[in-house]
Design a protein around this ligand. Structure first.
Ligand SMILES: Nc1ncnc2c1ncn2[C@@H]1O[C@H](COP(=O)(O)OP(=O)(O)OP(=O)(O)O)[C@@H](O)[C@H]1O
Length: 312
């Protein structure tokens, strides 16, 4: 199944949450929607699952010869941002309820129930009321209800929130498994360090607009992000001089006497190191890479600068 979003706009009374957004998710691909609070991620998700409709533009879900305007329920696995379990009912009751809602037979439910509870390390919680579980375990039960019927499209709104690092790693493995089975996966998240290890493509959003999209390599290339050095001197150096050296785009002091330097793509690292050696005694120097979090901040900064320039 393929998702195509074409020029979609979604307005609420006082805000345009999604502004002329287009992107697609091909079958078997994992795409992440990233952005600050209020960027418009959940609004896109809600249109895809049919909870709201775009004011203009098109949402196309293509499956074989059919074309839908939102993901058909039978094919959809959805983890909503506002989790929706029955807190007074047991884990088993919740999973059975959602599985039956999706038309699964008793036989198939029994087969899968124990498999998934074991995979999610919840076997001993089967008869417990959901409200008695930790937040992370509640989240895992909600995830099981989303994937239990093996959907063709999986939409996960903030799947990592509430999970500890071990369960976050576990979830990465599970999502990769689904991708390998051919599922089409769209997720929204804030944990960029996790997302960059998982996805085929990212869509970076700000104030309802896509500010950058593509593979992580594409995003690096579009921002011409250059290289990064971490340098520890024996004492503080003159930062005005540091910042004025050819090839250094910016610096950040990360601890006493230690600086993170953004180096322009156009100069060689050796050339920069040669220059900074004159500023003080270097105790340690290491190269570093920009991660997705850095790239997102750079992209937002670029948009803000562009808007400021247009205002002038
Ligand atoms: N039902 C609604 N009625 C009015 N405004 C809304 C509604 N839902 C969202 N908004 C507004 O639309 C904008 C986008 O919100 P949305 O929830 O899509 O962002 P988000 O990127 O998912 O944010 P977060 O990361 O905080 O979940 C925000 O300004 C929000 O206040």
């Amino acid at each position: 199944m393929q998702i195509n979003i074409i020029n979609a706009t979604k307005k609420y009374t006082s805000v345009t949450a999604v502004k002329n957004v287009s992107f697609n998710v091909n079958q078997g691909e994992i795409v992440a929607l990233l952005g600050t609070n209020g960027a418009g991620k959940s609004s896109i998700v809600r249109m895809l699952v049919g909870l709201t409709k775009p004011d203009s533009g098109t949402i196309e879900i293509i499956h074989q010869d059919s074309n839908f305007s939102s993901v058909p329920k039978a094919y959809l696995g959805y983890l909503p941002e506002e989790r929706g379990l029955f807190l007074d009912r047991t884990v088993q009751d919740n999973i059975l309820y959602f599985a039956k809602l999706r038309g699964l037979s008793n036989k198939s439910i029994t087969e899968k129930l124990h498999y998934w509870l074991e995979r999610f390390m919840l076997s001993d919680k089967l008869k417990e009321e959901v409200k008695s579980l930790s937040k992370g375990n509640q989240q895992k039960v909600q995830l099981i209800t989303a994937i239990f019927h093996e959907p063709k499209v999986l939409i996960l709104d903030e799947p990592f929130s509430g999970l500890d690092p071990i369960n976050q790693e576990f979830l990465i493995e599970v999502i990769k498994e689904f991708k390998n089975k051919g599922m089409t996966i769209l997720l929204s998240a804030h944990q960029m360090n996790l997302v960059e290890r998982l996805v085929d493509k990212v869509i970076l959003m700000n104030s309802g607009e896509i500010i950058l999209e593509g593979t992580i390599a594409d995003v690096h290339a579009q921002l011409q992000s250059g290289k990064r050095l971490i340098v520890r001197f024996s004492s503080n150096v003159d930062t005005i001089q540091l910042n004025s050296l050819d090839g250094i785009m910016s610096y950040k002091m990360i601890s006493d006497n230690e600086y993170q330097l953004a180096i322009s793509e156009e100069v060689s690292l050796n050339c920069v190191i040669d220059k900074i050696m004159h500023l003080g005694t270097i105790l340690e120097i290491k190269s570093d890479h920009f991660d997705l979090h850095d790239l997102y901040l750079m992209a937002v900064e670029k948009v803000v600068k562009k808007m400021e320039n247009n205002d002038e």
